[in-house]
Design a protein around this ligand. Sequence first.
Ligand code: ZN
Length: 407
Amino acid sequence: MLEDIAMRFFVLFLTSVNLFAQEQPVLLKASTMLDGKGGVQHNVTVVVEGGTIRSVGASSPAHGVTYNLAGLALMPGLIDTHVHLAPHFGPNGKVAGGRGESPATELGYALENAYADLMAGVTTVQSVGSPIDRDVREAIKRGVLPGPRVLTSVRQITDTRSTPDQLRELVRQTKADGADLIKLFASKNFRDGGAQTMSDDQILAVCQEARAQGLRVLVHVYSSHAIMSVSQAGCTSVEHGTLIDDEALRFLAAHGTYFDPNIGVVAQNYVINKDKFIGTGGFTEESIKGTETRLIPASLEMFKRALAVKGLKFVFGTDAVAGAHGHNAEELIYRVQKGGQDSSAAIVSGTSVSAESLNMSKRIGVVAEGMDADLIAVEGDPLRDITALRRVVFVMKGGKVYKSPAR
Ligand SMILES: [Zn+2]
């Protein structure tokens, strides 16, 4: 009897040693795999070890933890290059954040937004930006709480009274404050006409200094002249751009500036949740009406024109705020269903092109040997029915499984 108990403990001990000392490979057996670059393979096993994709192919090692993803489409995790993790609806149902809330409360909500994004298949987000993003990034990085990888601009550069030298200093300060990138506002919003607010010199100062510091620059900008100035200055990407003309679209393509048109989530979210926005942050019944009747149609018309421009590099960004987290893929669905984008191109945009725009194409955005194991699986074939992106049933980030169908 005593020996029996001792033996059981010994076996238990061995098992636990084994669990901690030896990480078993994880085998993902999928009927369909989209590689993130437009390639499709069938009956593939992806072998993941130590957070990295070890192999992609027909054969698989004899042992390992196996996930049977039959009937699902395996693909790289989505990369949302433009979100705001901090905004949320507070206990009174209205948009909250920063007004009378403790930093701890704010952080809790931001972590919830991050969690919603991850569960919807977004394994990397770029949040642009609030200082609290930094806390979210670090909390998730510690590896206990689930969430996507977070990149953040920490703040937004908006002060048009700053001199070019002051702006350069602010870029350096933002880097010192832990930012992964810079977010700049160069024009008014759509509803205010979109006129350029930062001078060409100010834009150049921010983008040059950022480049010298090894940082990318995302620019909130709506009108054509401002957009060309941003592109000329070597900024990384144009956000929104609703008032862009064909000349400026071609200019972006020729200069390799990424374009993030945000046409399918953020504006629709304001309309869907209008009661929660009206009365906060300048939102009125009238402004939401304008979003519905002017901004949404103008964005769609612009996107259709942009699609026709050869070589224009679209990234995937939603501008998700309160209420929109977890609905990120609607951006790609909208592009395909309403904008007429090819579904494969939309998926490539949301994976490898977005990774490239983050300077992370060697690590994420593609299913291939040596890449970080950020993988999702969706129910159905997203190439034939893009709404499959709504049905994310498997999520792995850095080799760790966060969501999975019954094995
Ligand atoms: Zn934004």
